[in-house]
Design a protein around this ligand. Sequence first.
Ligand code: DAK
Length: 259
Amino acid sequence: MENTEILKLTIQDDGVAIIEIHRPEARNALNLALRQALAKAFEQLNINDQVRCIVLTGGEKVFAAGADVKDFTTATTAQMYLRHTEQYWQSITDCSKPIIAAVNGYALGGGCELAMHADIIIAGQSAKFGQPEVKLGLMPGAGGTQRLLRAIGKFKTMHLVLSGKFIAAEEANQMGLVSEVVADENTIAHALELAKTIASFSPIAVQQIKEVTNLGQDLSLDGALALERKAFQILFDTKDQKEGVNAFFEKRTANYTGE
Ligand code: DAK
């Protein structure tokens, strides 16, 4: 697995991979190189059978302060278009394995959007979330308006994206923007523990759950329920499903092989 100066990758024996953004001098701002490295990391981890769950973090101090605004000082519309940075975000969206964002410190702009690409967000108590693009004469461009809308509803979203204000982890938790708030020093450890638990389950069941939950939110209820039912039925053709049920009755820990 490739480690770069700005992105550290670790794959543990328990099936958990850790991606750590490391640009402390710029508060982990997401420049082009970082976005490309993130995309590559997610693509690699997605096809690595040893990896069953991914923890994405910015380390102990800051998650990410957004896009690197130095890139914005002279950029033209055509240049911004031709960068096609949506392809890098898409590599994260396309990852079939569960992603847990472990957020300490600021998750702003593209950083908040990055956290929202995860499936579960664990926030340290001092974490701060926000979409301050409006203060720069801009607006969110990597899903901020739309993912917030789906997570916290119109009025909380409008409040955040129009005011640019930062909110604390507990407020974000109450809104439904994060999954859980923990003590700052426990954020990464807690995310790793949760990832380990998820990694111990059947990877097919886990990936079906992720796929159906994500697809379902943009479908009609009837369509989404049918999708869920079909995915549920498909799992009966896996060895893991039989192993899970047998292990329950044999009062032992299931050994899921991903078949
Ligand atoms: N970009 C570049 N450098 C940044 C940065 C950023 N976003 N945030 C911080 N830095 C740099 C600072 O310039 C400073 O550099 P030096 O002066 O030391 O050289 C260093 O990091 C430390 O920053 P501060 O001195 O400001 O540190 P503080 O702890 O006092 O404050 C802060 C931390 C994160 C609250 C503050 O730095 C801040 O407000 N940063 C800017 C946050 C922001 O506005 N973020 C939104 C950026 S716009 C797209 C998709 C998405 C996007 C764009 C396009 N497409 C699909 C095309 C996303 C846009 C954005 O995220």
